[in-house]
Design a protein around this ligand. Structure first.
Ligand code: ATP
Ligand code: MG
Length: 580
């Protein structure tokens, strides 16, 4: 492709709303343009990378028995009501009415649609297993779309769904997709980890996320320094590196004491001279996450944690059996429940369920709020002074904690979630009466799995992981063009003649070639070539040709070599072949 015929518009400066390198670079390279928050036009360069990534996905899935289909983007309300996700998905689902006053939503994910697609056609166990996928635009009304294609409202996803006769088969399908994902992410040459994860709104029991490592990643990961344990912090078990046990042997007498103006744990630690980890804080949440219309009241609960720990909303959600993480009570609601403001609350005398984090078990004779403003209780003990509803792992794990499966320690990383695999079981098939006849002629719900890859997010994530101060460094597997030819004197017939010959010959070998034939200064062309980041740059100029040489630059290493024009084709092929 000739630059002069393209729609490539590069910018010197990134817009102020681009916060992370990949977003800045993609905008500067003219790869995406914002239409509205979370909605982007993908420029031709971006689309080329997206299509190449899609091709890799298709190859890996087709070879494992995947069947590609394409489902509608607009779904009727009734379909989503079958699973209660019309309500459960909350405002993330964009809903609207048509001219006949019928409600619809834009597909945020397609479990319902695909289950409907198969439920009358896969009739017998002999029709199973099936692995069905699509690559399609999704719409999620994200609260805060940001980072360009990383968190868009509209984005492209590959979503696959498997249907099996029994759990054993479903887990085999899961394993096959897990391996397909490994193959896909290996092929694009990114540094990623496979981590244990939460099932979120999708539901299901076994699930892994594929996380591309990058500082700008929105996910916190904990990875063991021994063995292959890795988890999203949302679900990572929290285990102290050394068990923490109070020095006290006996339970002492409960005592109330004045703590005027001591509002935070830090205040109280200073006031009492005790470390935060020996104080106990009480947090209040509503166990009504709004997904069950029959539940109207607040359903207040409280959580006890050591002062130095942080509550993990996802663990709490799972312990409470909710669909979404519970909201914290407002100060006013806390007062209604406890009689005091949040800084002076504690479990003693409360009439609501009390959830206690494991970390509290090592403490004896601890301090909590007295449920009276400006007062705390000391020498408080579990069991004697309050009855807990449940003891559980409710806190955030952190770097340095013990690995749950080895003697290793956990190390923190940031990740970008590019893929997610779920074993779903019968969650959707039961609710949607999607059954097949088993060997004995009995109707049974399908065992399902679902599997997503964020196509547009992954392309940007590759750039987040692979760039330098001058621009993008494309991994060859999804590089929009393999070769970027800078024709320095485009009016010089010898220069353009060689550029066009090389373009033709390289294209005939299946390579994608961009020829910068603009009437621009060499410096401008080199800067743009660095910014666009194709693996191999070829510089052809009148002066060089007079010396019978052209220049070849490998983008990743910036290594420069010279070649005679008649050897150019072979040298370029060599460089492209060796590029990563
Ligand atoms: P996240 O936790 O980042 O919101 P998710 O867990 O809701 O993502 P899934 O439902 O697992 O996402 O969707 C499958 C894949 O789609 C994700 O792994 C991710 O790569 C991609 N994806 C999800 N939301 C977005 C978005 N708003 N923009 C771009 N890609 C997305
Ligand atoms: Mg996910």
């Amino acid at each position: 492709m000739k630059w002069s015929q393209s729609m490539i518009v590069t910018l010197k400066e990134a817009p102020s709303d681009a916060e992370i390198p990949s977003h800045k670079l993609m905008v500067r390279a003219g790869m995406m343009k914002k239409l509205a928050p979370g909605l982007h036009t993908y420029g031709n360069i971006a689309l080329r990378a997206i299509r190449k990534f899609e091709r890799i996905i298709r190859e890996e899935l087709d070879q494992r028995g995947g069947v590609e289909i394409l489902m509608p983007m607009v779904h009727p309300r009734e379909l989503w009501e079958e699973t209660n996700r019309w309500t459960e998905m909350g405002d993330g689902l964009l809903k609207f009415k048509n001219r006949n006053e019928h409600w619809f939503c834009l597909g945020a994910t397609h479990e319902e649609a695909v289950t409907d697609y198969v439920r009358h056609d896969l009739k017998s166990y002999r029709d199973l297993p099936k692995n069905i996928y699509q690559i399609q635009t999704k719409y999620r009304d994200e609260i805060r779309p940001r980072f360009g294609l990383m968190r868009g409202r509209e984005f492209s996803m590959k979503d696959a769904y498997t249907f099996d006769a029994d759990q054993e088969g479903a887990l085999k399908s899961y394993d096959l997709m897990y391996k397909a994902y490994q193959a896909i992410f290996d092929r694009i040459g990114v540094d990623y980890r496979i981590v244990q994860a939460d099932a979120g709104n999708i539901g299901g029991s076994q699930t892994h996320e594929f996380q591309l490592l990058a500082e700008a990643g929105e996910d916190a990961l904990l990875v063991s320094d021994q063995g292959d344990f890795a988890a999203n912090i949302e679900v990572c078990p929290a285990i102290d590196p050394e068990p923490h046990v109070s020095a006290d042997k006996e339970e002492k007498t409960l005592e109330k004491f004045a703590t005027p103006n001591q509002k935070t744990i830090a205040d109280l630690a200073k006031f009492t001279g005790l470390p935060e980890r020996e104080l106990v804080k009480t947090l209040f949440f509503s166990a009504n996450d709004g997904t069950d219309p029959k539940v109207k009241d607040l359903k207040p609960i409280c959580v006890l944690l050591r002062g130095s720990d942080e509550v993990n909303p996802v663990k709490l959600k799972n312990v409470l059996g909710l669909t979404n993480p519970p909201l914290m009570l407002t100060d006013e609601e806390v007062r209604q429940v406890s009689g005091a403001s949040p800084g002076s609350c504690g479990p003693v005398g409360l009439k609501i369920p009390i959830y206690v984090d494991n970390g509290v078990t090592g403490l004896k004779n601890f301090i909590v709020g007295a449920n009276e403003d400006g007062f705390h209780l000391k020498n408080v003990n579990r069991g004697r002074d309050f009855t807990e509803t449940k003891l559980a792992d409710l806190r955030m794990a952190r770097e340095g904690d013990k690995c749950p499966v080895s003697n290793g320690r956990l190390k923190s990383y940031r990740g970008i979630e590019v893929g997610h695999v779920f074993y779903l079981g019968k969650k959707y098939s039961e609710k949607m009466s999607a059954t097949f006849l088993d060997k004995d002629g009995k109707a049974r719900p399908f065992e399902m799995g679902c599997y997503g890859i964020g196509v547009t997010r992954t392309v940007q994530a590759c750039i987040e992981q692979s760039h330098d101060k001058d621009g993008i460094i494309w991994p060859k597997a999804i590089a929009p063009f393999h070769v970027h030819i800078c024709a320095l004197d485009p009016k010089d017939a010898a220069v353009m003649g060689l550029a066009e010959t090389l373009e033709k010959e390289l294209s005939a070998r299946g390579l994608d070639v961009l020829v910068d034939d603009r009437d621009e200064r060499p410096g401008v062309k080199f800067k743009d070539a660095d910014l666009l980041g194709m693996p191999v740059r070829v510089v052809i100029g009148g002066k060089g040709l007079a010396n019978n040489e052209i220049e070849l630059v490998e983008r990743r290493s910036k290594n420069v070599t010279k070649a005679a024009p008649e050897k150019a084709f072979a040298e370029i092929m060599k460089l492209v072949e060796s590029a990563k």
